[in-house]
Design a protein. Structure first.
Length: 249
């Protein structure tokens, strides 16, 4: 199993943000996590990425216990993450941003820039990721000059350049118009062939279009998990998620 979380708990003082959450993220699948604001989705993805450490529970990556590993070690072991807010170098080009991501995941991440530029394999990896993300014609553009949708594509390219087996996507469609969203949905769908993807997203149309499996959270707990069509027709899920038993119709 590429990524497995078992019995995750996270407490902040007297507040429990995640309580007994277990889920699997399988190769070739998109596993979506949904829930109302405050459900614990962001805390969960931060636990999986290593940005937060669990109070208790276990996280395994490719059957390795990684619960105590920091984010950089998880990244080098094959876990990639794209953030809700883009984290780019705005005054670098598309190629420079992606090359730096590829370099950071390598065995010598602190190499001087000059030697990294001369590394044909590194540049090849970066360009392959840029092409996969649909930005081949924007390679020389400055990151700050990209549209919001293109910046999201760039962030995904940076993740792909690290050659992850598991990708965590945190609200990749946030703030997008319909046209840009359609491009990102198509890109996400194309990524699952050789990866395991965990998707946190509020756009329900996109979720039900993309998800192979669906987990619903409320108040830090999983209240339903399974095939999307099975989960969406549970009255308790509709009521808990939108306060409306007719939701998702």
């Amino acid at each position: 199993m590429p990524l497995r979380a078992s019995g995750l708990h996270k407490r902040f003082g007297g507040v429990t943000a995640v309580a007994d959450v277990s889920l699997d993220v399988r190769m070739g699948e998109i596993h979506a996590v949904i829930g109302p604001n405050g459900a614990g989705k962001s805390t969960l993805i931060n636990l999986l990425a290593g940005e937060l450490f669990t109070t208790s529970g276990s996280i395994r990556l490719d059957d390795r216990e990684v619960t105590s590993w920091p984010p950089d070690r998880r990244a080098r072991a094959g876990l990639g993450r794209a953030y809700q807010k883009t984290t780019l170098f705005p005054d670098f080009t598309v190629l420079e941003n992606v090359r730096l991501a590829a370099q950071a995941s390598g065995s010598s991440p602190l190499r001087m820039f000059g030697s990294a530029r001369a590394d044909a394999a590194l540049l090849g990896r970066a360009r392959a990721a840029i092409t996969r993300a649909g930005l081949a014609e924007r390679e020389a553009a400055m990151a700050r000059a990209l549209s919001h949708g293109e910046q999201r594509q760039l962030e995904i390219a940076m993740v792909l350049a690290t050659e992850p087996r598991v990708v965590l996507l945190d609200e990749p469609l946030a703030g997008m118009g319909l046209s840009e969203a359609r491009e990102i949905i198509a890109l996400i769908a194309s990524l699952k062939a050789d990866r395991a993807i965990l998707l946190v997203e509020h756009d329900m149309d996109a979720v039900f279009e993309l998800a192979d499996r669906l987990t619903v959270m409320q108040d830090g707990r999983v209240i339903a998990s399974g095939l999307p069509e099975e989960v969406r027709h549970q009255p308790a899920v509709r009521t808990a998620y939108l306060g409306n038993p007719e939701a998702f119709e």
